[in-house]
Design a protein around this ligand. Structure first.
Ligand SMILES: Nc1ncnc2c1ncn2[C@@H]1O[C@H](COP(=O)(O)OP(=O)(O)OP(=O)(O)O)[C@@H](O)[C@H]1O
Length: 280
């Protein structure tokens, strides 16, 4: 069961990262992120009440506080959804959990390999062949040559790219590229899986089989963290949820309860970019 950490539990000793482990674990301890941002000097009276904005003493915008005091812990089997309005900090939190962003305060501790499908095109080399890209992506994700070779035939078959795998990606259509990157990204068993909405690729028939593969891939994850605007996606995949509001945890608990509270709050707001969509 995922645990939301308060003052008394937030100082849980970090998990041991060395040696074999019983299962995946992730501990976020008082994580904060401030993005540097420069703005014009404004008069004190013009400074907005939005406490995400960080100002210098001279009234110049210094940064945007995207996350503040984020603490929770996850262990093997936990499935966490992250909901929140546009700009509430979901993407930023995923990037911290994926190791793409380092927190300016607090600490993230993980046990197990972190697989992030936030941007599966990152690191793809257009001038290299499909086969070479399979190798490069596998190595970048921390897999051995042996592990990559064990998966190669399956990636080839699923991507349906045949002899195109011997050609550079520059010779692919955009759909073909997506099929390859999707097939690679979902080939290895994830321990800690970080997901921004559902991933799909290709034309209608490929999409159909991609949905099945994605479902299986997600179900194999030791830990899942999924940021989504889709109630159905959350219902189908997550048991707990965090509601982020202006970079802070507004509510944490059973997914159904948190999503209901979030939606009820959004209904009170006229301008409603945050309401969860019914379908995936
Ligand atoms: N590179 C950046 N530089 C400065 N500010 C940023 C940057 N990226 C995000 N922010 C700010 O951080 C805050 C959180 O943004 P984030 O993208 O995490 O929100 P989100 O919940 O994912 O939103 P959405 O639902 O629109 O994708 C916002 O106030 C945004 O303006």
């Amino acid at each position: 069961m995922a645990i939301l950490m308060d003052e008394s539990t937030a100082r849980t000793p970090p998990v041991d990262l060395g040696g074999a482990h019983q299962g995946a674990a992730l501990i976020a301890d008082k994580i904060g992120i401030v993005f540097p941002a420069r703005g014009p000097v404004v008069h004190e009276a013009e400074i907005t009440g939005d406490d995400r904005m960080v100002w210098t003493s001279r009234g110049r915008l210094k940064g945007i506080r995207a996350l503040e005091d984020i603490s929770f812990s996850l262990r093997q089997g936990d499935r966490l959804a992250i909901v929140g309005r546009n700009g509430s900090g979901k993407t930023t939190l995923l990037q911290v959990l994926a190791g793409i962003l380092s927190p300016v305060s607090g600490q993230l501790t993980t046990t197990g390999r972190v697989t992030s499908l936030i941007n599966i095109n990152l690191g793809i080399q257009p001038e290299a062949t499909g086969h070479r890209n399979i190798t490069l992506r596998g190595l970048a994700a921390g897999y051995s040559h042996k592990a990559i070779e064990a998966k190669r035939a399956e990636i080839m078959e699923f991507s349906e790219l045949g002899e195109f795998l011997d050609l550079p990606l520059e010779a692919y259509s955009s759909g073909m590229r997506m099929r390859l990157t999707f097939s690679i990204a979902t080939a290895f068993e994830p321990e800690i899986l970080i997901l921004d909405e559902w991933l799909s690729a290709g034309d209608v028939s490929f999409k159909k089989k991609a949905t099945g593969r994605m479902r299986e891939f997600v179900s194999k994850a030791g830990i899942l963290v999924l940021a989504s605007h889709s109630r159905k996606l959350i219902q189908d995949n997550c048991d707990t949820a965090i509601w982020l509001d202006n970079g802070r945890i507004r509510e944490f608990g059973p997914a159904e309860q948190v999503v209901n509270a979030y939606e009820a709050d959004q209904k009170q707001t006229k301008d409603d970019p945050g309401t969860l969509a019914g379908a995936a």
